[in-house]
Design a protein around this ligand. Structure first.
Ligand SMILES: C[S@@+](CC[C@H](N)C(=O)[O-])C[C@H]1O[C@@H](n2cnc3c(N)ncnc32)[C@H](O)[C@@H]1O
Length: 387
């Protein structure tokens, strides 16, 4: 059965998420900020939950209808085939939001939708009681310009929860954002990569998982896995595919540097839990000492931002040292996420690309300074005909 599916993301990552979906074989359309729509079957739900690195969650759209008043909302919700998704004993909380619509009270929206689903299920299951003791099917009603969209969440915990992070560093990046930074960079598994401010290692670990084609959801479970209404074979198949897809350790180890030993030990622990400890070398090193004998590498990093006033002087001094350090890596490309307002002026260089992104609630820019293209590998005579 073809389903209308929605992958959600944070602001700014929609295009990367759409590209990820296309890479998995699903035609994707960005419909709103943070929403990318596609269609697929139960296997698509399992695959996208397992594989999407920048999505927050994957939802099934159960229906969409005009809802300028409560009666229209109730009737439209009642008409949908809820019994197809919500088992007789399932727990089904309803969350809501309303934007530019006549129905403005979110609690009232939630109550109306809950009531309509309850009535529909009672009628479908010929029962007066719905115990809500079983697997959770979280419903969301979103009313935008008087059109209600009803979705159910297939992911459960947000997809940033890969399962490898059990300790929290001082200012860790969300795994989905870290993966997005890597996917927006030029990095490929055969190029050098350094994060000189690696903290608890999120960028390095996400990059290693990308480089080794490790599905980010391999170590966790998903809400729809527990639904008796959902095609159970889909999960088994998608898991098997993902296990088989993993490639050999990286030939070129990723480097993660930081000043803080506590952060580094957390990074090592997380890398080991993610199964990529052999792909990354974490070392205590000050940014001022950053150097490499390798060429055409990428720096992908999230330095301190100096958000607190007392840190600003130190952070400015750190940023002022960036041009000298980058000058020592003339063939490299630099990708830096920061909220520092005049970052390009401090670095003395215009970025080739800039992208607005949010790290938690902080508005940041992802500055992309492109280095020269690496030379094409020399192909031995006759070899190009063998592929
Ligand atoms: C914003 S945090 C990075 C967080 C990281 N992306 C993560 O996901 O955990 C910045 C890091 O820079 C480190 N740092 C600050 N000054 C440094 C310096 N001069 N050289 C190297 N690391 C430094 C801090 O110890 C901190 O871990």
């Amino acid at each position: 059965m073809q389903l209308d599916l929605i992958a959600t993301s944070t602001f700014g990552l929609e295009a990367v998420l759409a590209r990820e979906l296309e890479g998995l074989g699903y035609a994707a359309t960005i419909t709103q900020t943070g929403r990318v729509e596609f269609s697929g079957d139960a296997l698509a739900v399992a695959r996208t939950n397992l594989w999407l690195r920048t999505a927050d969650r994957v939802q099934i759209r159960v229906g969409r209808h005009a809802a300028a008043d409560f009666e229209a909302l109730f009737d439209g919700v009642y008409a949908l085939p809820w019994e197809q998704w919500i088992a007789r004993d399932a727990e089904f909380p309803v969350a809501g939001r309303s934007v530019k619509s006549s129905l403005t009270s979110v609690p009232a929206l939630q109550r109306a939708v809950k009531k309509a689903i309850v009535e529909k299920l009672r009628s479908a299951y010929h029962t007066s009681t719905l115990p809500e003791t079983g697997a959770r099917v979280a419903v969301e009603v979103s009313v935008l310009e008087d059109v209600a969209t009803l979705t159910i969440d297939t992911s459960g915990d947000g997809l940033h929860k890969r399962g490898y992070r059990d300790l929290t560093g001082a200012a860790p990046l969300r795994e989905t954002l870290a993966a997005g930074l890597v996917l927006l960079s030029f990095w490929k598994r055969d190029r050098p990569l350094i994060d000189p401010f690696c903290g608890s290692g999120t960028i390095c670990i996400e990059a290693a998982m990308i480089g080794r084609n490790i599905a980010p959801g391999l170590q966790r479970s998903f809400a729809a896995e527990c639904w008796p209404t959902f095609d159970a074979d889909a999960w088994g198949l998608a898991l098997e595919e993902a296990r088989d897809a993993r490639s050999a350790p990286l030939a070129e180890r990723i480097l993660g540097n930081d000043l803080d030993e506590n952060e580094l030990s957390m990074a090592r622990r997380h890398a080991s839990r993610a199964g990529v400890e052999q792909d990354i070398h974490f070392q205590r090193r000050a940014f001022a000492e950053l150097a490499s004998s390798r060429s055409y590498g990428c720096i992908v990093t999230n330095p301190p931002y100096g958000v607190r006033l007392e840190q600003r002087r130190d952070v400015r001094a750190l940023y002022e040292s960036i041009p000298r350090v980058f000058a020592g890596l003339p063939t490299w490309s630099f990708f830096v996420l920061t909220s520092w307002p005049d970052f390009e002026r401090v670095v003395g260089r215009r970025a080739e690309r800039r992208r607005k992104l949010y790290n938690a609630q902080i508005e940041c820019t992802y500055y992309q300074f492109h280095g020269p293209r690496p030379p094409r590998p020399v192909v031995a005579v006759g070899e190009d005909n063998l592929a």
